[in-house]
Structure formats: structure tokens, C-alpha cells
Design a protein around this ligand. Structure first.
Ligand code: GRF
Length: 197
């Protein structure tokens, strides 16, 4: 199975997926990496691993439609079966959502449907969790639909919120869990335990 990973920033989730494929916990390969951010660590990580990597942004292609066409042609070129959004900060165009219906997944650093939706990304999520005095947060992997963080949830795991946590401390604990959870869940998708559409 060929996986495309989309990532905008650090790419530590991307790295976890690459490592999971390399050590065969996931019987698939990261065929291509796409980022909207030319300076992202994610693109550097892909280069380090000799994985084809593309900086594709609406700015570069003039419109959302031409960006989507370009993304679709890259996905076709690498015979992509499944797309994983690992910290990708853009909404995907409807043409991509339709072509890869049920085959696009996102990871969110909280227990959706709580703490999701527009503006709920990065430290905003962890700050909101702490402000709400939650004792538990977690990680959600869900299918991607046309609305932020609202597609079918396919897997969740919990992470404790501890007394004295700052958003930064909590973010680090959640991110660490993401790295192992991603590998478990993608392996289940590849093995057919979680169905592709
Ligand atoms: C993760 O917290 C993920 O849940 C969210 O974006 C972050 C990506 O981190 N969607 P990184 O860029 O992979 O380090």
C-alpha cells in the first residue's frame, strides 16, 4: 500500500510513520510527502529519507483549483492508496475528498468531538483542555470530511492531564503518544481491520 503524508510543520508524526514502515510494523510505504510550507521540517525529513517530497501551495499555483489538480496528479503518479494528514494546516479541496473518499485520515491531539473545529490546532487545543479542567485528553484519528475535525472517528486513545501541566508539557505528552498510536492505527488500516472506502 502506498501512503501519501501531508504535513505543514515539524513532521514528527511523519517521521513516526516512516519509521513504522521501515521497521515493518506497518506493511506499507510512504510513497510521497506533500507540504504547503516550503520551509517545513517535514520536507527536510522526507529528503533525508529519500522520499519524494513536494512543496505545493495555492500561492504557487494561483488558485485552490489548480493546486488541487496538481496534488491529484502527484497522488496519481505515486499510485497513492491512502492519504494521512499529519499536521497539515490546510483544508483539502473537494475534488481530492471525492477521489479519495474514506481513504483520507487526520490525527487530532485531543478527544474529538471535544476540542475540535476551526481554530482548534496546536497549542490552542491543549490550552483549551487545561482551561476546561479536564483530567483526561488524548489522540483521535478520523476520516477527513469537508468540515474540520468532523469525519468518522476510527480510533482514539487517552492521555492523562496531570496537576500543574502547562499547555507545552501536555502537548509533549500527547505528541509522544501520537507517535506510537499512529503506527498502531495505520497498521490496522493496512491490515484491513479499519476499512478503506
Ligand atoms: C500533531 O499534534 C497532530 O495531532 C496535529 O499536528 C501536530 C503535528 O506535529 N494534527 P508534527 O508536525 O508531526 O511534529
Amino acid at each position: 500500500m502506498n501512503i501519501a503524508v501531508f504535513a505543514s510543520h515539524g513532521g514528527s508524526d511523519l517521521q513516526a510513520i516512516i519509521d513504522g514502515c521501515k521497521n515493518q510494523q506497518i506493511e506499507a510505504k510512504v510513497a510521497v510527502v506533500i507540504s504547503n510550507n516550503g520551509d517545513s521540517m517535514a520536507l527536510q525529513r522526507a529528503n533525508n529519507e529519500k522520499i519524494p517530497a513536494y512543496h505545493l501551495s495555492a500561492k504557487k499555483f494561483g488558485s485552490e483549483e489548480s493546486l488541487a489538480e496538481e496534488i491529484l496528479s502527484v497522488l496519481t503518479e505515486y499510485k497513492v492508496d491512502m492519504i494521512f494528514l499529519a499536521g497539515y494546516m490546510r483544508m483539502l479541496h473537494v475534488s481530492i475528498l471525492e477521489k479519495y473518499h474514506n481513504r483520507i485520515f487526520n490525527i487530532h491531539p485531543a478527544l474529538l468531538p471535544k476540542f475540535g473545529g476551526k481554530g482548534m490546532y496546536g497549542m490552542n487545543v491543549h490550552t483549551a483542555v487545561i482551561d476546561a479542567k479536564e483530567t483526561e485528553t488524548g489522540v483521535t484519528i478520523h476520516r477527513v470530511s469537508a468540515e474540520y475535525d468532523s469525519g468518522e472517528i476510527v480510533a482514539q486513545t487517552t492521555v492523562p492531564v496531570l496537576e500543574g501541566d502547562t499547555p507545552e508539557i501536555l502537548a509533549a505528552r500527547v505528541l509522544e503518544r501520537e507517535h506510537s498510536f499512529l503506527v498502531e492505527v495505520i497498521a490496522d488500516i493496512v491490515d484491513g481491520k479499519i476499512a478503506l472506502g
